[in-house]
Design a protein around this ligand. Sequence first.
Ligand code: ADP
Ligand code: AMP
Length: 215
Amino acid sequence: MNIILLGPPGAGKGTQAQRLVEAHGMKQLSTGDMLRAAVKAGTPVGLQAKAVMDAGELVSDEIVSALIGDELDALAPGQGAIFDGYPRTAAQAASLDAILEERGQTLEHVIELDVDEDALVERITGRFTCATCGKGYHDKFEQPKVAQTCDKCGGHDFKRRPDDNEATVRTRMAEYRAKTAPILPIYEARGIVSRVDGMGDMDDVTAAIEAVLGS
Ligand code: ADP
Ligand code: AMP
């Protein structure tokens, strides 16, 4: 089963994707994570993307769609994909259709995380992750159970994203409203969109997503 998690920055896509990976062995395909890895490795894609990401704008459709195609080819047979942060434009939505069709795959669900924009700045400015395994946390909403120790891998190093500041968040939200929200009708016309309340606590959001997936 292949699904898209759609929602503005901070809606909880990564958090819920990590839970689906744990529960169902699906693969999280986050273009943001792929781009950050490229920036860190100093690849040509990373060098091109860095300033755009720091400004909170969108990287080119060609770059992200190429990244997604490569990652899909690396999936285990029968492994479902969770698209997290992709597609973000109508052109990317069209590319995803082509990419899936070339591989004989289909898209079963688009899950829209419905959130109150005012909450997003607080979510994003408090976000941090384990530097070793990538597990997500929040200063207020999800702290490690033992201080400075990752619940998942026991690591002690944590990191914050350079673009997780209030100024950039506003640009990212504007990009979402202008370019990403308008792709919803494409999927609504296919009858595969489910809207989930993303303002509840994380377990309630997970339960609502599981209900959509029928598991
Ligand atoms: P996205 O991937 O959509 O940008 P994240 O999953 O990284 O968003 O969530 C942003 C921040 O908000 C993280 O620090 C996460 O721990 C926190 N968070 C996620 N879901 C919820 C929720 N339902 N309630 C409160 N905080 C949440
Ligand atoms: P994210 O991790 O999803 O919040 O993405 C972080 C940043 O990476 C975004 O603000 C964009 O600059 C870039 N990015 C991630 N995914 C995409 C995408 N699908 N299309 C364009 N830019 C993207």
